[in-house]
Design a protein around this ligand. Structure first.
Ligand code: MEV
Length: 434
C-alpha cells in the first residue's frame, strides 16, 4: 500500500511535483509540463486562488460577436473546452441581431441564506415576531452590512419554516440584496453574525423559551435563488427563420422546433440535454467572468425541477405567423468581488463587456444560453448535430495526432464530405506518412 503523505501543503511547488512523481511513479519529464504552464510574471496571482498548486490549467478564451441585447451590442467572452459552442453562439447572435436581438429582463435579484436550528416550539410564534427579529438583525449586523448598504444592498427579509419530515428542525430563511457582488462571503458573514443572537433571542424570550431550548445547527447561503431570476426572449416572423430551416420550409422548421421544445418540457431525459445546451453558453460566460459556475448550475437545475419534474428552462409560443422563444432561470452572478477582480482574464472579460452591473451580466449570460440552445435545436431538427461538429472535431483530432500544417490541409480536403472518427483520421495520417 502507498504511504500517506504528510505536510504536502507545506512543500515548495518543486518539491510537491517531485513528491507527486515519486508517489505515482510518473515520468520525471512531467515536471517540465507543469513548469511550462506556470505564468512567467504573475504566477503569484494564481497561487492565491487555490491550494497545492503545481501548474495552471489552460482553457480557450473566445469571443462571440454581435450579441444585440436590449438594443445594446456586445461581444461576449466565452471560456469553454467544447468545440462549436462559440461558433454556434456567434451564428445565432448574428441572426437574432437582424431580428430585434435578445430582449432580457431581470425579474428580481434577491439571494438567500439559511440558519438551521432545532427547537421544540411552534414556528408560527417566530413568524409573528418577524418585525422584532428583523430589527435585532439590523442592529447586530450594522457594521457588517455598512459597505453593502452604501452600495444599495443589505438584509431584506426574514421568515421561518420547519424542515419537512424532520421533528423540531427549522430554518430562518433570510433574503439579501447583494448589489453587484455575487455576495457569498457577505451572506455567510451576516448569517454567522446573526445566528448566536437569534438563538439567544429564542432562549431568552418569555413565550418562546417556554416552548423549549433552541440549538444552532448551521448557517450558510443557499445556492437556490428562485428570486434572482432573469428572462431572455427572442421573437420574429416565422418566415424570417428560413436561413435556419435547411431542407424545410420556415413554417415546418418552426413546428419541428416547437415539437423539440415540447419534448424537453415533458421528458426529463431530453430536458437534461436541452438544458445542458443552454449551459454551454451560460457556463462559458460565467467562467470567463470569474463567477461560480457550480453555484449557477446547482441553482438553475433545481429551478428546472421546481414543479416536481425536471423540465426545459425554455418555453415557446407559436402563432400562425409568429415565433417567440423565452428562457427563464435563476442566475446569481457578480461583477465585483471574488475572482471577478482577481483573475486577470476575468477582469478583461468584464472590460470586454464594458464593465456591466450584476443585472446586466445576468442578461448577457442568459442571452448566451439562449443563443446556444437555439443553435443546437435548429441543428437537431434539420441536419443533425454531427455535421456542424465535424470540421472542429477533425481539427481537434488532427491536433491530438500531432498533424503538420500540410497534413491538416490534406485532411480538410479528404474529409470534406466524410464522417470523421479517430480511427479514420489516424488511418489517413498513417497513409500520408507512408
Ligand atoms: C452538446 O454540447 C449540446 C447539445 O446536446 C444540446 C441539445 O441537445 O440541445 C447539442
Amino acid at each position: 500500500m502507498k504511504e500517506l503523505i504528510r505536510g504536502f501543503s507545506k512543500l515548495s511547488r518543486e518539491d510537491k511535483v517531485k513528491r507527486l512523481i515519486e508517489q505515482q511513479k510518473l515520468a520525471p519529464q512531467l515536471a517540465k509540463v507543469f513548469e511550462e504552464y506556470l505564468h512567467p510574471h504573475q504566477q503569484h496571482l494564481f497561487n492565491d486562488i487555490s491550494e497545492n498548486i503545481i501548474s495552471n490549467y489552460y482553457l480557450p478564451f473566445g469571443v462571440a460577436p454581435n450579441f444585440l441585447i436590449n438594443d445594446e451590442l456586445y461581444m461576449v467572452p466565452m471560456v469553454i473546452e467544447e468545440s462549436s459552442v462559440v461558433a454556434a453562439a456567434s451564428k445565432a447572435a448574428g441572426f437574432w441581431a437582424q431580428h430585434g436581438g435578445f430582449k432580457a429582463e431581470v425579474i428580481d435579484s434577491l439571494k438567500n441564506g439559511q440558519i438551521h436550528f432545532t427547537w421544540p416550539g411552534n414556528i408560527a410564534l417566530l413568524n409573528e415576531l418577524r418585525n422584532e427579529i428583523m430589527k435585532l438583525i439590523h442592529t447586530v449586523c450594522r457594521d457588517v452590512t455598512k459597505n453593502m448598504r452604501q452600495r444599495g444592498g443589505g438584509i431584506v427579509d426574514i421568515s421561518f419554516a420547519s424542515i419537512a419530515n424532520m421533528k423540531d428542525t427549522h430554518q430562518a430563511l433570510i433574503k439579501f440584496n447583494t448589489a453587484d457582488s455575487m455576495g457569498a462571503n457577505f451572506i455567510n458573514t451576516c448569517l454567522e453574525t446573526i445566528a448566536p443572537h437569534l438563538i439567544a433571542y429564542i432562549n431568552k424570550h418569555d413565550t418562546l423559551s417556554r416552548e423549549g431550548t433552541a440549538t444552532h445547527i448551521m448557517s450558510i447561503l443557499s445556492n437556490y435563488t428562485p428570486e434572482c431570476l432573469v428572462s431572455c426572449r427572442v421573437s420574429c416572423a416565422i418566415e424570417a427563420l428560413q436561413p435556419y430551416a435547411a431542407q424545410y420550409s420556415a413554417h415546418e422548421f418552426a413546428q419541428r422546433f416547437k415539437t423539440a421544445v415540447d419534448i424537453a418540457t415533458n421528458d426529463p431525459y431530453r430536458a437534461v440535454t436541452h438544458n445542458k445546451g443552454i449551459f454551454n453558453g451560460i457556463d462559458a460566460v460565467v467562467l470567463a467572468t470569474g463567477n461560480d459556475f457550480r453555484a449557477v448550475e446547482a441553482g438553475a437545475q433545481a429551478y428546472a425541477a421546481r414543479k416536481g419534474q425536471y423540465a426545459s428552462l425554455t418555453a415557446i409560443k407559436l402563432s400562425d405567423t409568429h415565433f417567440e422563444y423565452t428562457l427563464t432561470l435563476p442566475l446569481a452572478l457578480g461583477t465585483v468581488g471574488g475572482l471577478t477582480n482577481m483573475h486577470p482574464l476575468a477582469k478583461s472579460a468584464l472590460k470586454i463587456l464594458q464593465n456591466p452591473s450584476a443585472e446586466q451580466l445576468m442578461k448577457i449570460a442568459a442571452a448566451a444560453g439562449m443563443a446556444n440552445n437555439f443553435g443546437a435545436l435548429a441543428s437537431l431538427v434539420t441536419s443533425g448535430i454531427q455535421k456542424g461538429h465535424m470540421k472542429l472535431h477533425l481539427s481537434n483530432l488532427l491536433n491530438t495526432l500531432a498533424a503538420t500544417h500540410d497534413e491538416k490541409r490534406a485532411a480538410a480536403k479528404h474529409f470534406k464530405d466524410k464522417v470523421v472518427s479517430y480511427a479514420m483520421v489516424e488511418q489517413f495520417l498513417r497513409a500520408q506518412r507512408g
